[in-house]
Design a protein around this ligand. Structure first.
Ligand code: IPM
Ligand code: MG
Length: 362
């Protein structure tokens, strides 16, 4: 199969983790007889320094011509501060490339061999942790209008708007129900229906839709309670579906349960619009650019390697290839010999990629 991907390493450790993950992708492609066309493009500060903008036309072009975008990280806090918010890489590049991709899948798995890296007590995690968080990504507070600051200091006011249409709610819940069907047939819908109108509509819609999914057990939970239960009984969580901001917060919380935020992959997926046009699916590890360790070959590439596996599975339908990468990666993590600093080890970023490649071969 021919696979064409836009590779956007971006800033900080984005560069080294994507490089490591691409070595794994190339190895898998060779093994399974696929031809990869990887077009590299600049994004974030790497692009601002060259083109004056975090998402240059050249980069957009490369993305539009590809079947998937493989993205590292953007933003360097010290330099971001020098720009107005609207010009910062996370707005100009990240949110822009995610446009139209309403379903953000974040997969949190604790490798059993890393149980002591999880902040929860052993008795709470003995049944394992494997949670798929489905976060709505194109609505809610991030985009609702009006948004802004008005008036004069010290009497200014600020407003953000949380808005959801039934259509937006239905299409993300559908991803939730269908994902649950492929896993344990349990769907946990997270809202704040005791207070928010958007959540009332969300809960009503989920309840109505569940009639079409009689095989799925739907449960509702308030977001504050969910954040507490995640620490109390993490093993019982399976598929979570929620709106944008709740998903942003819960997924950072949940990532700690995997042992390190450096282990968690994600996919941003859309569906064809009225004209049959697709936004190009976007794949990124959920960690940031970590400038303090950038360029030192110390970053954990596992989040990116597992993100590449998600890309092969969801965009290219290559389940065997994705499984092979995941199996090898978890074997390396469980064995515990080749681990980066965030997991208490001393291995380099490239050594972890080497170990994963060796495990694929074995
Ligand atoms: C994430 C990040 C982004 C978000 C920021 C950088 C805009 O926190 O991917 O979770 O809020 O979506
Ligand atoms: Mg976040």
């Amino acid at each position: 199969m021919n696979i064409s991907i836009a590779v956007l390493p971006g800033d900080g450790i984005g560069v080294e983790v994507i490089k490591a993950a691409m070595r794994v992708v190339d190895d898998i492609a060779r093994r399974f007889g696929h031809k990869i066309t990887a077009d590299y493009a600049d994004v974030g500060w790497a692009a601002i320094d060259k083109y004056g903008t975090a998402l240059p036309a050249e980069t957009r072009q490369v993305c539009l011509a590809s079947q998937a975008i493989f993205f590292g990280a953007v933003g360097l806090p010290d330099r971001d501060k020098t720009l107005p918010q609207a010009q910062r890489p996370e707005r100009v590049a990240l949110l822009e490339l995610r446009k139209g991709l309403f379903a953000n899948l974040r997969h949190v798995v604790l490798p059993p061999g890393l149980a002591d890296r999880c902040p929860l007590k052993n008795e709470l995690i003995k049944n394992g942790i494997d949670i798929m968080i489905i976060r709505e990504l194109t609505g809610g507070l991030y985009y609702g209008q009006p948004q802004g600051i008005q008036g004069r200091a010290p009497d200014r006011t600020a407003v953000d708007t949380m808005a959801y249409s039934e259509h937006e709610i239905r299409r993300i819940l559908k991803v939730g129900f269908e994902t649950a069907r492929k896993r344990k047939k349990k769907l946990l819908s997270v809202d704040k229906a005791n207070i928010l109108a958007t959540s009332q509509l969300w809960r009503e819609t989920a309840t109505a839709m569940s009639k079409d999914y009689p095989d799925i057990q739907l449960e509702h939970i308030y977001v504050d309670n969910a954040s507490m239960q995640l620490l109390r009984r993490a093993s019982e969580f399976d598929v979570i579906v929620t709106e944008n901001t709740f998903g942003d917060i819960l997924s950072d919380e949940a990532s700690m349960l995997a042992g390190s935020i450096g282990l968690v992959p994600s996919a941003c997926l859309g569906e064809p619009d009225a004209h049959g046009k697709y936004a190009v699916p976007f794949y990124e590890p959920i960690h940031g650019s970590a400038p303090d360790i950038a360029g030192l070959n110390k970053a954990n590439p596992v989040g990116s390697i597992l993100t590449a596996a998600m890309m092969l599975r969801y965009t290219f339908g290559l389940a065997a290839e994705a499984n092979a990468i995941e199996k090898a990666t978890f074997a390396v993590l469980n064995e515990g010999r080749v681990l980066t600093g965030d997991l208490g080890g001393t291995a380099s970023c490239s050594a972890v990629a080497d170990a994963v490649i060796a495990a694929i071969r074995s």
